[in-house]
Structures are given as structure tokens and as C-alpha cells.
Ligand binder design. Structure first.
Ligand SMILES: Nc1ncnc2c1ncn2[C@@H]1O[C@H](COP(=O)(O)OP(=O)(O)O)[C@@H](O)[C@H]1O
Ligand SMILES: O=P(O)(O)O[C@H]1O[C@H](CO)[C@@H](O[C@H]2O[C@H](CO)[C@@H](O)[C@H](O)[C@H]2O)[C@H](O)[C@H]1O
Length: 466
């Protein structure tokens, strides 16, 4: 293996101050920016690392910056210091035309005065530096590039930025690997690396095994930040969302795939349960869980007025679960995917399904995302997703959704040995919780899509009305 390369870190005091006016303009416009709707008053530096010195024709600075947003995310919540974001900033004298869409702006003062800064993920020269650092397991300043020695990384893999809108940013290398750079980061074990590594040890073939990862070890923190994960790229794969919409448009049957997806989900759940033993949720834990659901509903209803008329009926789904727990019912909980939907499922040309993106719901705290939960939570996410597909394009297709939902549950039962439909109260509570999450998500990120989860909210509320 080649020697690790090291570069000096120049956490220049004036760097973020000089970039701040540009970042205030640029960061809030990015899809991955999680603080939409609340003003950004400034940025502070968490860490800066020169990946390429800015004196040359191309400079590359890795930044962790905190976005200051004094307004609390939810009305009445305690304000916090602001989210930390990972940025990869290219620095040039001038931008070649092919990089024009990557422009962040022209720096007028500070250490980069007179230079142009841009989103370096658009620049193959810059993203090659990242792969090279992973390949050589480099340690650069606070950054630790590492990987699985059983999956060697070839050099000269040509990078291309993934253009799909998403919560994070990805680069594909030579159709061999895909590198996901997490955008909003927190210190601590990130399930997006933790669970795929565990599943790879369990030899679960349903999840691409991490080949490399990037951590940042900052002096003042006990735990590192997980910043990026490199995985084998599933060439020619299509995601479940695209496939479902395509089949719907053609009026074709998606139930064989829905069944296979149910089987794949159960395979992942059983492997996770082998790796990290399940626990039992008794009355107290269920009360806490139900309390969380009720709080999220209240917060979402505050933020999205359209939800308010349905809130009392939706609460009854949560109360029914609390009542069962009070009668002594207990449920098993284990580590799960945490944000499962059709877009997180990839079908290879062989027809095999893989699950990706184990980050969990990005808006929830890491500790909460890493807690054992009933598997029904993932299942509810997928059931919602079939419903989403059936209400997103063309006239609603409720029968298509019903058939896919049933096939998915049957497939799940074939592998897991238990059918999620035997837990209707739990399933309904989780479906309601997910639909509420979706209402808030769409209101914040894609207001045009709000009618899709709202249609489900109306159905769930109507079903609850005696
Ligand atoms: N291993 C993979 N092989 C092929 N494509 C992938 C792979 N992992 C992710 N992708 C593609 O990249 C997109 C974004 O990945 P994902 O992990 O879901 O990121 P995000 O958290 O930003 O949503 C996916 O929708 C998928 O199309
Ligand atoms: O960015 P992530 O993939 O982690 O997930 C977030 O964005 C999703 C949308 O891209 C959102 O999913 C919702 O829309 C999907 C269709 O685009 C649909 O398949 C899902 O069922 C629906 O929940 C997801 O909730 C959000 O966390």
C-alpha cells in the first residue's frame, strides 16, 4: 500500500469571515441545506483543511462551518448553536466555462482575496483528490481517510457528480464506486457507515459494503465526525421510485417487485437483528414513543396550517397504540433502516434489490436515529411510498397501491416469518407518523408535492373517525 500523504492544515482565522457574504447567499439555496425558512445570520469555522494549497492553479479547501440561525427550528423549541455543514471549496483565479454552474463567488478580502471560489464537486480534478486520499488512506490535518483493505481502490477512475437532488452530495468514480459526502454533520457514530459495515460483516448481500470512509477528528471532541462513505456503485441499477412510476405509467404490475422488496427488507432486518440483538419495548417505552409521535404531529400542525383540522383524528391512531401498551402488550425493537422508501431501493439489472442510505431521517438527532425501533417503522415507510407513487403522477391509482402494499407485506412475511399486517395498530401509528413527517418535509422542501401526503392524511383521519 502506498504511503499516506499529509498536507499542512491552515485553519486561517480570516478564511470564513472573508467567505461569509458568499456563503450566506449560496448555502441556503442548496437542496441539502436543512435550515430552510430561517434566516442565516453568519457562519463560524469548525475546521478548515487544505487538500490542495490555494497558491496553485487549483486550490481545494475542506471546510466544516456552523450556520448561525438564531430562530429555533420549531416554534417554542430551545435555540441551538446552529447546524454544521461540510463544504468542499475549489479556489481558482478564474472559472473555466464548464465550471460556471459551480460558482459560489469572487472573494474580495482575506487570505483568498481576488480568487474565485466554487463548489468543488463539479470539478473532476478536485474530486480525484478525494478518491486518491481514500485510496492512500491519507491523514490530512483533522481528516482521516480510511477504508476496507478487502476492497482496494484503483487509481484513475474518472469522477462524475451525481446531479439528482438529494439531502447529501455524491460523486461516482468510473462506474465502480460512489462517494457520498454528508452535508449536515454531527459528531458521533453515523448509521450510514455503522449499519452497512455491520451488514457487510453479517455477509448480507442486500446492502453495498463500505469500501472507504472519511472521518474528522477534532481536538475538542470525544467522537469524530463521519463525513463521507465510499461504496461499490451498482452499475445499471434503477431506483424503486423511478421503476414504480414507470410501471404505473404503463399500467403494468409492480407486485412481483413489491414482493421482492418485502423479502429484501426482511433479509436486512434479520441480519441487523443478528448483529445487534433486539430489545423489548414495554409500557414505559411505548408511552415515550407515542409521546414523540404526538409531539411531532403538534409541531407539524403548527408549521403547516392545512394539517390542523385533522390533528384530533390523527392523534387517535397514537392513543390506540398507547392503550394496547397499557393493557400489557409489548413489542420487539431493533436497529432498522430508519427512512425507508422506494427511492432508497435500487434494482440491479439482475433483478436483485439493494437498500441504501441508512442515515435515518436526517432531521432527527443521531442518538434517536440509532435507537432500536419496531421493524414496522421501516415497513410503514415503504407502504407510504407505494401510496406516494400512486398519487404522484397521473390520476390516483389506489388499487395499484393496495396491491403493492399487500405484496410487500407477503414478501416480508416469507423471509421474516411474521406478517406486519398482524400488527394493525402499530402499523397505523407508524404510517400516520410518517405521513405527518412527509407533510412537514414537503412543506419545507417541495411545496408542490404537499397534496400527496395530505391525501393520505385525509384518508388516515377519515379511517379513525368512528
Ligand atoms: N451503491 C450505489 N449504486 C448506484 N447508485 C447509488 C448507490 N448509492 C446511491 N446511489 C444513487 O445516489 C442517490 C443518492 O444516494 P443516497 O444515499 O440516497 O443519498 P441522499 O442521502 O443524499 O439521499 C440514490 O438515489 C441513487 O440513485
Ligand atoms: O433525502 P432522502 O432520500 O433521505 O429522504 C427525504 O427525501 C425524500 C424525497 O426525495 C422523502 O420521500 C418522500 O418522497 C419520495 C418520492 O420522492 C417517496 O418515495 C417517499 O415515500 C416519501 O416519503 C423522504 O421522506 C425524506 O426523508
Amino acid at each position: 500500500m502506498s504511503e499516506a500523504v499529509t498536507h499542512p492544515t491552515t485553519a486561517e482565522a480570516g478564511l470564513v469571515a472573508s467567505l461569509e457574504p458568499l456563503l450566506r447567499e449560496w448555502v441556503p439555496r442548496q437542496r441539502w441545506f436543512a435550515g430552510k425558512g430561517r434566516p442565516v445570520t453568519g457562519f463560524s469555522l469548525v475546521a478548515a483543511t487544505d487538500l490542495l494549497p490555494s497558491g496553485g492553479t487549483l486550490g481545494l479547501v475542506h471546510l466544516l462551518v456552523r450556520a448561525h440561525q438564531p430562530e429555533a427550528p420549531i416554534q417554542g423549541a430551545v435555540p441551538h448553536p446552529g447546524d454544521c455543514y461540510q463544504l468542499l471549496i475549489g479556489v481558482r483565479e478564474a472559472l473555466p466555462p464548464r465550471l460556471a454552474p459551480a460558482l459560489i463567488g469572487h472573494v474580495t478580502d482575506g487570505p483568498l482575496a481576488g480568487r474565485t471560489v466554487y463548489e468543488a464537486l463539479y470539478d473532476p480534478r478536485a474530486t480525484t483528490v478525494l478518491l486518491e486520499a481514500l485510496r492512500t488512506r491519507a491523514r490530512i490535518g483533522a481528516l482521516r481517510f480510511d477504508g476496507d483493505p478487502r476492497q482496494p481502490i484503483r487509481d484513475e477512475l474518472v469522477p462524475r457528480r451525481v446531479t439528482a437532488e438529494q439531502s447529501n452530495s455524491s460523486v461516482v468514480y468510473g462506474d465502480t464506486f460512489i462517494l457520498k459526502l454528508l452535508r449536515r454533520v454531527v459528531p458521533g457514530t453515523n448509521p450510514d457507515l455503522e449499519l452497512p459495515l455491520l451488514l457487510s460483516h453479517e455477509r448480507c448481500p442486500r446492502v453495498p459494503a463500505p469500501a472507504g470512509w472519511l472521518l474528522a477528528h477534532l481536538d475538542d471532541l470525544d467522537e469524530p465526525y463521519v463525513l463521507a462513505v465510499l461504496q461499490p456503485y451498482l452499475r445499471g441499477a434503477s431506483d424503486g421510485w423511478e421503476l414504480a412510476l414507470r410501471e404505473l405509467a404503463k399500467g403494468e404490475d409492480f407486485t412481483p417487485d413489491a414482493r421482492a422488496l418485502g423479502r429484501a427488507t426482511a433479509e436486512v432486518h434479520t441480519a441487523l437483528a443478528r448483529a445487534l440483538p433486539p430489545i423489548t419495548l414495554g409500557h414505559t417505552q411505548i408511552r415515550l414513543l407515542v409521546g414523540g409521535m404526538a409531539e411531532r404531529l403538534e409541531a407539524a400542525a403548527q408549521a403547516v396550517p392545512a394539517l390542523r383540522p385533522y390533528a384530533p383524528a390523527l392523534h387517535s391512531a397514537f392513543e390506540a397504540l398507547a392503550d394496547l401498551a397499557a393493557e400489557g402488550r409489548a413489542w420487539t425493537a431493533q436497529r432498522i433502516h430508519g427512512d425507508l422508501h422506494l427511492g432508497q431501493c435500487l434494482r440491479a439489472p439482475s433483478g436483485d434489490w439493494s437498500l441504501i442510505d441508512f442515515e435515518g431521517e436526517p432531521s432527527r438527532p443521531l442518538a434517536e436515529r440509532r435507537m432500536p425501533q419496531p421493524v414496522v417503522r421501516d415497513i410503514a415507510g415503504m407502504l407510504r411510498s407505494f401510496d406516494y407513487a400512486a398519487h404522484s403522477a397521473g390520476p390516483p391509482a389506489p388499487r395499484w397501491a393496495t396491491a403493492c402494499r399487500a405484496a410487500y407485506c407477503s414478501g416480508y412475511a416469507e423471509v421474516a416469518g411474521h406478517d406486519p399486517r398482524t400488527e394493525p395498530v402499530l402499523l397505523r401509528a407508524y404510517e400516520t407518523d410518517k405521513a405527518v413527517y412527509e407533510v412537514l418535509y414537503e412543506a419545507r422542501h417541495r411545496p408542490d408535492w404537499l397534496p400527496v401526503p395530505m391525501a393520505a392524511i385525509r384518508r388516515l383521519a377519515a379511517d379513525a373517525t368512528p
